[in-house]
Ligand binder design. Structure first.
Ligand code: 6PG
Length: 267
């Protein structure tokens, strides 16, 4: 069975250091090998510390930002400037530091030359403003992926890097246990607001099959609330319908877990 690399670190600080270093290397290597790097990033709280480290030396200088294209694996169906948006965290921290806004973590103002045209979020704000629904928003993103040459008519997009968080229920992207997304052939789709986990807002997500197609997958999970589900994800039973995060239990993936999250894993 092909298994991922599991890296266990002391805490979320150490996890952010480890994840940011790996992201910088993956992006730089992709640009060196293929001229551009296609990165699908995540939301939630996990990217905050990672983005702060990517925005400051030495990593900020190690990444050829102009050649990095940023996509999102999923988003909440809210405008980009909404506190729940998965894009806002990147706008505020990675790009915000570049705009010279206050950064208490020592990011270098003006140091992240990530062109605005390189950001490809789900067009949630436009959809909401024009009275379109989340399904339109997902279809629009699928069209963008095809137009960018990332997805052929019969294939999944191949990202150089997918950065993922997981939920305590075993979700990954916005694909919850038992989700219809697990049987879908659409590149991207709308997901009804979950009732069992916050935030209770409608989502848009890429098809979880893209996790299997990505060149590199980096999963980052912190905290004791993730420990019970991680025991299942890395247990003997394979059932991504129950634990969608198992789709990232594959070779070519790296899981960065803090001690608290890894507490129930065999050592
Ligand atoms: C979302 C995220 C989701 C997230 C996990 C982990 O839209 O909710 O994409 O998949 O990554 O829930 O969230 P934390 O990073 O906050 O633990």
């Amino acid at each position: 069975m092909s298994e991922p690399e599991i890296v266990i670190v002391a805490d979320r600080e150490a996890g952010a250091v480890e994840a940011a270093a790996r992201i910088a290397k993956i992006l730089a290597d992709a640009v060196e090998g293929r001229v551009r790097a296609e990165w699908a990033t995540t939301g939630g709280s996990t990217p905050v510390g990672i983005y702060k480290r990517l925005a400051r030396p030495p990593l900020v200088d190690a990444i050829p930002w102009a050649a990095v294209q940023v996509w999102w694996g999923d988003d909440r169906f809210v405008p980009r400037d909404h506190p729940l948006s998965n894009v806002k965290v990147l706008d505020d921290i990675l790009v915000g530091i570049a705009r010279g806004e206050e950064d208490t973590a020592g990011g270098r103002p003006g140091g992240v030359p990530l062109p605005v045209d390189n950001l490809h979020p789900f067009r949630t704000g436009e959809a909401i403003a024009e009275g379109r629904d989340a399904a339109w928003c997902a279809a629009a993103l699928a069209d963008q992926l095809r137009a960018a040459g990332l997805a052929s008519t019969d294939g999944w997009p191949v990202f150089d890097l997918m950065l993922l968080g997981i939920g305590a229920d075993g979700h990954v992207l916005s694909v919850f246990p038992g989700s219809a997304a697990l049987d879908s052939t659409e590149l991207a789709m709308a997901i009804p607001a979950p009732t069992h986990i916050e935030p209770h807002v409608e989502r848009v997500t890429l098809n979880p099959a893209v996790i299997g197609a990505a060149r590199q997958v980096l999963v980052v999970a912190y905290g004791s609330d993730k420990a019970p589900v991680l025991a299942h994800v890395f247990g003997t039973e394979r059932d991504p319908r129950r634990w969608p995060a198992q789709l990232a239990r594959r070779s070519g993936a790296t899981w960065i877990l803090d001690e608290a999250a890894a507490a129930n894993l065999p050592r």
